[in-house]
Design a protein around this ligand. Sequence first.
Ligand SMILES: O=c1[nH]c(=O)c2nc[nH]c2[nH]1
Ligand SMILES: [Zn+2]
Length: 439
Amino acid sequence: MTLYRATFMHTPESPFTAPDALQVQEDGGLLVEDGRILASGPYAEVRANSPRAEVVDLRGGVLLPGFIDTHVHYPQVRVLGGLGMQLLEWLDKNTLPEEARLSDPTYARAVAREFLSALASNGTTTALVFGSHYASAMDVFFEEATRTGLRVVAGQVVSDRLLRPELHTTPERAYAEGKALIERWHGVGRALYAVTPRFALSASEALLDACGTLMREFPDVRFTSHINENPREVQTVLELFPGARDYLDPYEQAGLVTHRGVLAHNVHPTDRELGVMAAHHCSAAHCPCSNSALGSGLFPLRRHLQAGVHVALGTDVGGGTGFSMLKEGLQAYFMQQLLGTAGVPLGPAHLLYLSTRAGAQALDLGDLTGDFGVGKAFDAVCLRPPEGTTLDTVLNHADSPERMLADLFTLGTQQDVAQVWVGGDPVYRRVPAGQEVGV
Ligand SMILES: O=c1[nH]c(=O)c2nc[nH]c2[nH]1
Ligand SMILES: [Zn+2]
């Protein structure tokens, strides 16, 4: 048994509905056995009930639930930084040429390692990962993910038109390769599978039907895709599906809109689409850095919440600007501010919830991870800024835990991530200053 002593904060409930959702222990204790939290509360109390537990002293840092990134592309880590374009041009010039390189499993393995290491070193413990178009690159990805111990929900991306021929599949092959990957990887270690048509623009009705068949045959796998990101993309989808009521309709007709689904972006939804997503408990992954970088627009969070659509956060690497869920939270805050009275004022508790517990719920993993409740896995990130940094200064002068949390989202970066655990297993530890390779 291990007893972690720390200042910890989490949001077991949603601050959008529960005003006191942020729970804080300034000198807290989390008792962990076999990767699960056995007891949680003030350190003195937990210690009194478990005098023999080994104590890990994390005082001086802030312990948060591990971040949950609900939309991030594994093949795009090397093409971060492709600025100056909107979605369709960015795909064509910046991204799809790189995705084609993952046909080589050696290349794919190197990218998978870079990707997984970036997740862990940014404090992300669970991710819904948009995969590669190649089944071989997915085998490599799942092998590497299993080795790291991170929780990944990932799937082969499928498309059968309008990208580039080497990325296209057929409905029959998509079904066969998807089935084989699910049988090989779903539920292995901490990996789960997500059926992943790239977007309706690059997927025929027959391909979406093949995805629907997989979802019906394997009732526990997840579904993810893109929706309503960019006005030109939306217009093209409506032209490609002339009978469709809107962008969601082709997904709906194929049986893909369920409580196990996460649709990325949804910057330009209709009221009907929001109503259908809410009715089926299908979540939206809001990716504010990507929406800014690709000029996609300002996410209508208020309309989602009013319609009852569950929302979590995603980095959307490489349309986004990196793996930091702290940055993503800050950008979500900025964009709601920019919306003025149409925006939702977000406080630090909202940002923490959107980047942790909301993600767990979107992935149907709310009973397992996302907060520090008793019975949950010990998935955690310890944030501790290096001495003398601006964040260090500001945290030392913060007058409340809420203010400390706001400071972490405002100023926190990858360099502030000191340690990360998944299911009680260490998955990342910052190299102490002075001990870097070459120093
Ligand atoms: O942000 C995005 N990134 C992508 O890779 C993509 N593919 C389709 N639609 C997309 N949007
Ligand atoms: Zn995306």
